[in-house]
Ligand binder design. Structure first.
Ligand code: PRP
Length: 186
């Protein structure tokens, strides 16, 4: 299929069909693992903004009852790269205590965000705490964090689309693409 790419895009890394097929596989596995739970026992927590597309596609493919909720995080701009400092700017509405919680993330890069989330949610006495992450860049990892359900490992390149952005652009592309280095090294 011929698609016209935005100028800033170097090439498509994961096309729409490849993503959708993998999301379906992940949903099948998760549906099996969480079978038997009631709606109020199984909570998906999407991490805004990047996870919104993955969350929507994964959740609607689950065949087990579940609730959805979201959190928003922000890095401390100056120190984040060195220290991984993350803070919550919007919490879940649902109380996670005694629920089986599945954190839904678009990407694990350094691992600082997931580490923070394990710490915060782990302290709230969930019945269980796992993660579903679409993309992992293992070359960028600064702290080791477990990922229970992973979509794809990708090389250390700047990717956009399917929720991922560059300066809040390109999030709604239906595929995941590599940005031209000239765009982010300016
Ligand atoms: C991205 C992504 C993860 C985090 C992963 O969020 O959505 O939450 O970075 O990086 P880490 O493993 O190095 O912590 P970002 O801060 O870009 O916000 P966004 O989701 O709103 O785009």
């Amino acid at each position: 299929m011929n698609i016209s790419l935005p100028n800033s895009v170097e090439r498509v890394l994961l096309d729409e069909a490849t993503i959708q097929q993998r999301v379906q596989q992940m949903a099948d596995i998760i549906s099996t693992d969480y079978a038997g739970l009631r709606n109020e026992e199984f909570l998906l927590v999407g991490v805004l903004k990047g996870s919104f597309m993955f969350m929507a596609d994964l959740a609607r493919r689950l065949t087990v009852p579940h609730r959805v909720d979201f959190i928003a995080l922000s890095s401390y701009e100056d120190s984040a790269e060195a220290t991984g400092a993350v803070r919550m700017i919007m919490d879940t509405r649902v109380d996670v205590a005694r629920r089986h919680v599945l954190i839904v993330e678009d990407i694990v890069d350094t691992g600082y965000t997931l580490q923070y989330l394990y710490r915060i949610f782990g302290a709230r006495q969930p019945a269980s705490l796992r993660t579903a992450v679409l993309l992992s860049k293992p070359d960028q990892r600064k702290v080791e964090v477990p990922v229970d359900y992973l979509g794809f490992q990708i090389p250390d390149v700047w990717v956009v689309g399917y929720g991922l952005d560059f300066a809040d652009r390109f999030r709604t592309l239906p595929y995941i693409a590599m940005l031209k280095p000239s765009v982010y090294s300016k």
